[in-house]
Ligand binder design. Sequence first.
Ligand code: K7E
Ligand code: CUA
Length: 670
Amino acid sequence: MKSSLLRLCSLAVFLGAAALGCKPKNTSDAISGDAASKVYVAPGKYDEFYNFVSGGFNGQMSVYGLPSGRLLKIVPIFSVFPENGYGYSEETKPMLNTSHGFVPWDDQHHLELSQTEGKIDGRWIFANANNTPRIARVDLTTFKTAEILELPNSAGNHSSPFITENTEYVVAGTRFAVPMDDQNGDVPINTLRKNFKSSISFISVNKDSGTMSLAFQLRLPPIDFDLSHSGKGPSHDWFFFSTYNTEQANTLLEVNASQRDKDFILAVNWKKLEAYVKSGKGRTESAKYAHNIYNEQTHSATSTIENKVLAIDAQDLKDICYYIPCPKSPHGCDVDPTGEYIVGSGKLAALIPVFSFTKIQKAIAAKDFIGTYEGIPVIKYESALYGEVQKPGLGPLHTEFDGRGNAITTMFVSSEIVKWNIKDLKVIDRKPTYYSPGHLSIPGGDTRSPNGKYVIVYNKITKDRYLPTGPELAQAAQLFDITGDKMKLLLDFPTVGEPHYAQAVEASLIKDKSVKFFKLEDNKHPYATLGEKNAKVVRNGKRVDIYITEIRSHFTPDNIEGIKMGDQVYWHMTNLEQDWDVPHGFAIKSAANTAELLVMPGETQTLYWTPEKPGIYPFYCTDFCSALHQEMQGYVRVSPENSNTPLSFSTGTNLPDSANTPQYLKENLN
Ligand code: K7E
Ligand code: CUA
């Protein structure tokens, strides 16, 4: 969102909003005296919250502790990660497979923790990939990406992955309208209105395993979906989506998609829609999309290409979809903890409209419509509106809730967060942020039961907040205490990538479920080596499988000869440790131009290697595992294709040729 919002920013200044400006004054006096003690987590003590932060253009998720802001982990989801071999090992490569082949990068904007009865249950966190539309599920016992599902008929998967209160569905609205995958896409771009459609994907989630499946897609007129949130409590059956480009422009959207005074929030009765689908409405269309699942028994992923999708047209269903006019290119679409209030944040609007679920229902019952948009009823703005927050600031983007009847909204253009009361819509407090906040997060802040202790704000621009590091500066998060009427800035901390949405949750919901190591007896990897005595090197034509183990502080085998040019070599590394936090690494000189592997205790991971020329190739452990970690090393010998070097492998027995012993060693000098 950075570039377009920067343009908005300059636009607002141009419009005479310079008084609020992009950069707040008084950057130093915003900190109060006791801030340091409030974020201090003593050495050896745990943070109270996990903060899961989207990585934006790095395709990863980072995990911080709060209130300290300490970075705990980076979890690769949609991007290869040389640090641990994700996307490089044979086992993880299928995770990044798509209908377009291997796609090693994506743009990750939104995260959503799984919920049961509207409360975070600490089991999984879902992530979206914008560019090549995908939804991922990260397992919060291993902090690893467990599943990735590609979405057909979609492009710029931005309005995603938002979930229903019991994680029945993950929904994903397309940003771009596109021709459907089973149609001829070779059409003039300016026939968008005729040939393009928008889709919302409903992905069902298995209650026990978490396994996702693309249940159905709802087809809609070609306008752009931006964000969404499900209803709660009384509005449980509904989903709300913000849209833009109701103009259906296909060029210079900056201008052409900002013509109309209002775009829409789309209300979808997903419960009824589900019933229609179950009753057999909808049609099967051909489609091609990958479904990738990581199995922690085999420590391997599989990728399956699916070829069908169930589609259902919004225009054919008279009581499912309703548009609600919402001022000026709405972005955030947030539902308060009671489920009654739906907050739309028009990026260009000078107010925040708050819609009432009760009034929406009444308007639907009374057919209080101003007309239809491509066959879908449009509810009268005033009939759906609870009220407007007047003069909240400039460039409202996203809203979270504190659970005490208040909402906090980020103002991108005026660089501040604004707290307002949901009932009387009065602004209670505003605090500058440094600078240009995008998303914000309160623990449970989009669920039925927020923990209103902190808000964390993710800023797009850092400027002078940190030591300069060349043209690009760290993105930054800021932590505020929100327990009082007035919000208090406590801490700045730099973040990895460019955070968009984030989630925070009490650590107690997750920390005790953490897997400490994988049990060797459960290791069902087909190339696992369960004990050093089983280590071996097996040739099968050109294919060579090296069954190799790692334990402090050696490889078995660590001397291998008889590999030949043209061989396809698979290094299957099994880490034999059965202890917490003892990974071993594996790297081999110039190995297939890839990365290292980081193998968790009890796990097997494979590096594929085709030697480039005859010679000796050293390999070693990259993770400092013991006092003798530096000794954890070995050699592999590669001979010409036609050589008759026999295949041999060993550890500790292939002793030096005594003819060449240096005098110093012979005399045993010390
Ligand atoms: Cu506002 Cu992609 Cu959620 Cu960025 S989006 S800020
Ligand atoms: Cu194993 Cu270092």
